[in-house]
Design a protein around this ligand. Sequence first.
Ligand SMILES: Nc1ncnc2c1ncn2[C@@H]1O[C@H](COP(=O)(O)OP(=O)(O)OP(=O)(O)O)[C@@H](O)[C@H]1O
Length: 298
Amino acid sequence: MATRTENGPAATAEPSAPSPLISFKDVHQVFRLQSAKDENGAGGTRDLVALQGIDVEIHSGQFVALVGASGCGKTTMLNMLAGLVHPTSGEVVLDGTAPELPNMDIGYMFARDALLPWRTARKNVELPLETRGWNRRERQDRAREMLELVGLKGRESQYRLQLSQGMRQRVALARTLAADPSLLLMDEPFAALDARTKLTLQAEFLRIWEQHQGGDRRKTVVFVTHDLQEAVLLADRVIVMLPHPGRIAEDRVIDLPRPRAEDLGEIQFTDEFQRITHDLFERLEGAIGSRAEGRAPR
Ligand SMILES: Nc1ncnc2c1ncn2[C@@H]1O[C@H](COP(=O)(O)OP(=O)(O)OP(=O)(O)O)[C@@H](O)[C@H]1O
């Protein structure tokens, strides 16, 4: 619906599209590396193009997976959002500004649990709450609540060495979620787990995330994985990347219905899931093939 303004021209009264929470605008990242010394002892440098011309917009509440082979720049993109790496050129915008450290509204989870071995499970979960100034009682209550949420009730007093890899990742998940950050950066959080434990944790994480999505506490997720099937299973959108230089080969909306958490085991065997993953594999193969032949990817 158009309305007239005081100065004449019609202005649209349609609500404008919300601006994205995250924008990568023509982002390039070049790392300068020391090259090996020659027989005269002279060393030089060479440039490694980790990211080339990345243009991506992510809206609040989206679950986006970055998938691709080792070295295609997935972690570098997460690090840019966390304010740990600044682009060589181009611009990264998070909630209207350039990302900076520290950002208390971000939860960052890694492939290996990275638990502090001298702290109990509960004290590990309390860590982000300490940095945010929660008092002791609040921290303890919240940590217990989070450990229960990830199925670790009764394990609060155990140390890293007493926990299986799956339990450690549960503690790490509880720690990532404890302060209720609105942006989750997840770097292959389930990659180190066996297939069964991986599926269980994927389902538990998705259950927690999908429960939040109905209300005003929608969490945005940027999820890095090597595993295309995991990406399709969990995400609303899959961005497939290619290495050397790191760039985007495909950006695909995944329209599998939600909630998915209860049905993850079955979804993998549906025709729809197989069709999407097969199609993405083909596109990826096509992009790799055309690159090898010196052509631009489709
Ligand atoms: N701080 C750094 N200094 C130099 N090179 C770096 C740095 N960080 C990353 N790189 C290089 O940039 C490229 C992209 O790295 P990045 O870790 O982002 O890739 P990735 O897709 O996450 O890989 P993986 O799946 O193996 O974790 C790699 O070749 C890596 O060696």
